[in-house]
Design a protein around this ligand. Structure first.
Ligand code: ADP
Ligand code: MG
Ligand code: MG
Length: 862
């Protein structure tokens, strides 16, 4: 078995085997030439998988590593650990998908008490040699031996204090020597370079199963069984003095997408100093003043890589004494605004075709473009200004720890996580918080990166905010904030305020409009919205919905009208019910008219009443109490109240969701559906242009159910002067397994099907959506039964196959049957892809997800 590949052998197509970093370092070696990319080799993800399975390195791996190291030594003309002129390497993790900062990396490996002297002699730079050694002993202890990072940091602080210096770069050789010695006292440091390498490789493998990596994978839905590759690479040194440095560069602005490079760098530093956020970085534009020829080379390389990968790139580079080296490239994670800007610009520049450009967009993230912002007309006082690190505005109570954020999130409270800077362990808190505020770090800091990845608004580096975690206070001038205080941040502008600023819904930007227009040309699936009110309908149309795919009618029976509906249900006979229904009808007719006006002739699918009847009645315990009171007070209401209680008891069900609901309501109490149809018909006649009506019967399992209800609708509509086919159609929601199995029969009674995938998932899996969300679902994900909620993304092998069978059989029964879907899945990009390939005609989703669905539908068609 082959476990090791040299960089010169790999390519971008091998990312599953070599990991993203390994595959791209290999690709860069090809594209930019061997002199730009330090040489090395990659141990495969398969080796990691074998290591996880067997608890030891697979047979042959160590031997192949030895040989690869030998080749590297030949190439470099140096040997690992050579006391006079040592080769140093980095040992870098790198999974198939990038997991920034979640896995471990060790730099400067190969140094020991003797080779450090060799390095010093050879380079004539003693400070550099000891700085590298100090870093190595620290990283090795932290990564390989689990010594807490804080112990090292405390020691560095102590030495700085003693020597009266401020910056790491002010520590002299003597100080570095002292630090290295005391670090070596924290654990048993191996002097033998071969042992160092072996242990570091295993530690990188182990980091795959570390807590923070596992948490990150859960959130980002990365499978646990991929494993990470390990890259062993010759070191280049950004810490060799003032003409050396290290940085991160994006081929375009990583926040706005504007077409000029952006990023951060530090002179006289190694790579981890830039990303850790511990030192204040300089903007990449300042490279021009620092070393103009490096700036020019880097700009050229960014352009080359972007054109080669046909995507925006995120690179790591190091400058060693005026020579530029590229250490990593990958597609840049970017917020939605940058994603759409890049897509439009890339087409304009001739870099990408429209289809290619649209494929670079993560549809799921477009949500952020529809995030609220501060009301531009609102007056508020800016308390502090930081870096606009992740767009969108958020308002919430201050919390200072990730765990508090998680707890608040579970209670459904909106919070802003406030930290000096963030670390990998804080990621669960990001997920739970509405926004992130840090006092340190720039656009490339951990906090910024992760927040953008998740679409959470963030302001970083707000340096006027002094955060004291020990006392639980954040101070800005005279203002003191405690946990629980309300703050608002705007990650689009980088502002913080304690004023209760109103947030407003955003406008769709010009770039986004362009992208959406392209998507509309490319997609085959129609996109409709689930909307129950004129407001929803208007919003849905603004976002480009082509109709309403689901109008639920239950709200028309609630609120002030609940009493009327209770009268219907409590009536003794049909006559009584009809009398009560007659009062509801004009009200509902108005509701429908408003909706139809908003839709201006577009199709509107109206679902007749669906929920269990008892939802419209008062709670039993309330009625019981009222009866008690009436008895004690000898009230004249007693008889009525006792009657109500009797009806409430009679209507009680053990499993309401499987009881008197859906089409069964129409079969048992046809007058309710009759009333609805009259209201719909009269409203339709009253507005112009008349809507394209689609009347939908829920929860059908037998074709006879639909036959009866279709008869009812046709009869009533005919009396109102409407004809099926000309003025309206009648269809059903497919949400029971039986309906999928006999879809050909049901189709003979239906003009259209709309798959109600929420209920179909519940009835097919026997999961109650509301009851599995908490404990059951999280345990199912932890134990690898599920990798995500089947209510978010359609369960393709089960529910999805049923849907396909229903669609196929349905068209057997009626060739021109129209097929749609109206569950939550209608707004989920992965599910949309499945629906496209299942031959459906349209998806229907909540208004805010309509733009996402338009893009996802186009991507499915590309
Ligand atoms: P991560 O995936 O956390 O970014 P990396 O493996 O990319 O980890 O390494 C962390 C930092 O170390 C990066 O900034 C990178 O530039 C730097 N680095 C890695 N390998 C080398 C090397 N061979 N020479 C110099 N710097 C390196
Ligand atoms: Mg990196
Ligand atoms: Mg349903």
């Amino acid at each position: 078995m082959r476990w090791v590949y040299d960089f010169s052998e790999g390519s971008r197509d091998m990312r599953e085997l070599l990991g993203g970093k390994g595959a791209n370092v290999a690709e860069m070696t090809r594209v930019l030439g061997a002199e730009r990319v330090p040489a090395g080799f990659t141990i495969t993800t398969e080796a990691c998988v074998a290591y996880m399975r067997d608890g030891r390195a697979p047979d042959g791996m160590d031997e192949q590593v030895r040989k690869a190291l030998h080749r590297l030594q030949e190439h470099a003309g140096r040997t690992l650990g050579d006391p006079s002129d040592p080769l140093l390497v980095s040992v870098r993790s790198g999974a198939r998908e990038s997991m920034p900062g979640m896995l471990d990396t060790v730099l400067n490996l190969g140094l020991n008490d003797r080779s450090v002297e060799g390095l010093a002699d050879r380079t004539g730079n003693e400070r550099f040699a000891w700085d590298s050694y100090r870093r190595f002993v620290q990283m090795f202890g932290n990564v390989v031996r689990d010594v807490e990072g804080e112990r090292f940091e405390d020691e560095i602080k102590r030495v700085k204090r003693e020597r009266g210096v401020q910056l790491d770069t002010d520590l002299d050789v003597d100080a570095l020597r002292e630090l290295t010695r005391s670090f070596q006292g924290f654990y048993d440091f191996p002097q033998d370079p071969a042992a160092q390498l072996e242990q570091a490789i295993r530690a990188v493998f182990d980091s795959w199963t570390g807590d923070r990596a596992v948490t990150y994978r859960r959130i980002n839905r990365i499978p646990d069984d991929w494993g990470t590759a390990v890259n062993v690479q010759q070191m280049v040194f950004g810490n060799k003095g003032d003409t050396s440095g290290s940085g991160v560069a994006f081929s375009r602005d990583e926040v706005t997408g504007a077409p000029e490079p952006s990023g951060d760098f530090l002179a006289n530093a190694q790579g981890e100093d830039v990303v850790s956020g511990v030192r204040n970085t300089r903007d990449i534009a300042e490279l021009r003043d620092w070393q103009p020829e490096i700036h020019e080379q880097l700009t050229g390389i960014l352009r080359t890589l972007e054109a080669h990968y046909k995507d925006m790139q995120d690179c790591e580079f190091t400058v060693e004494e005026g020579r530029l080296y590229m250490l990593q490239t990958r597609s840049a994670k970017r917020p939605a605004q940058a994603a759409v800007r890049f897509a439009v610009d890339a087409v304009g520049e001739g870099l990408l075709a429209r289809e290619e450009a649209i494929a670079t967009i993560d549809a799921e993230k477009l949500d952020a473009l529809l995030h609220p912002t501060f009301d531009p007309d609102a007056a508020y006082t800016i308390l502090a200004q930081g870096v606009a690190a992740s767009p969108g505005a958020a308002k919430g109570a201050v919390v200072f720890t990730a765990s508090e954020a998680v707890e608040a999130g579970e209670r459904g409270e909106g919070v802003i996580l406030v930290r000096p800077f963030t670390e990998a362990d804080d990621v669960a808190g990001f997920h739970a918080a509405k926004g992130i505020l840090t006092s340190e770090g720039g656009k490339a800091s951990h906090a910024a990166l992760v927040a953008r990845g998740m679409g959470v608004p963030a302001v970083t580096g707000a340096s006027d905010v002094e955060i004291d975690l020990a006392t639980g206070e954040a101070r800005v001038g005279d203002t003191v904030l405690h946990a629980g205080d309300l703050i608002a941040i705007d990650g689009t502008t980088g502002t913080l305020t304690v004023d209760d600023v109103p947030l407003v819904e955003p406008e769709v930007s010009e770039h986004f409009e362009t992208v959406l227009a392209w998507c509309d040309e490319l997609r085959r699936l129609g996109v409709r919205a689930n909307a129950d009110t004129p407001d929803d309908a208007l919003r849905a149309r603004e976002f480009g919905a082509e109709g309403i795919g689901l109008c639920r009618t239950e709200h028309m029976f609630l609120g002030e009208r609940q009493q009327l509906m209770a009268d219907v249900i409590l009536a003794d006979d049909e006559e009584g019910r009809r009398a009560a229904l007659a009062k509801l009808r004009p009200l509902q007719q108005e509701d429908f008219a408003g909706l139809f006006e908003a839709m201006e002739g577009l199709p509107v699918t109206i679902r007749l009443l669906d929920p269990p009847l008892h939802e419209f009645l008062p709670h039993r315990s309330d009625v019981e109490r009222a009866v008690e009171r009436a008895r004690v007070e000898c009230s004249e209401d007693l008889v009525t109240l006792e009657h109500t209680l009797e009806r409430v008891r009679a209507l009680e069900e053990v499993n309401p969701m499987l009881g008197m609901r859906g089409v069964r309501l129409g079969i048992v109490y046809p007058e309710i559906y009759e009333m609805q149809v009259i209201a719909i018909a009269r409203a339709a006649k009253a507005v112009s242009p008349a809507p394209h009506l689609e009347i939908m019967i829920p929860l059908v399992g037998y074709e006879r159910e639909l036959e009866l209800m279709r008869g009812l609708v046709e009869r009533v509509a005919h009396d109102e002067g409407l004809e099926r086919g000309r003025d309206y159609s009648v269809g059903t929601m497919i949400e029971l397994p039986r309906a999928c199995f006999i879809a050909d029969h049901i189709a003979t009674q239906a003009d259209f099907f709309s798959f109600g995938t929420n209920d179909l998932t519940q009835t097919a899996l026997g999961f109650s959506r509301d009851d599995i969300e908490g404990k059951i679902l999280s345990r199912y994900i932890d134990t690898h039964i599920l990798d995500r909620s089947p209510f978010e993304t359609i369960d393709t092998p089960g529910v999805g196959q049923m849907l396909r069978m229903g669609a196929w059989l349905g068209r057997q029964g009626r060739a021109d049957l129209k097929l749609g879907i109206c569950g939550e899945h209608g707004g989920d990009p992965d599910s949309i892809d499945f629906f496209h390939h299942s031959g459906l005609d349209y998806v229907s989703c909540s208004p805010f997800r309509v733009p996402i669905a338009r893009v996802a539908a186009a991507q499915a068609a590309i």
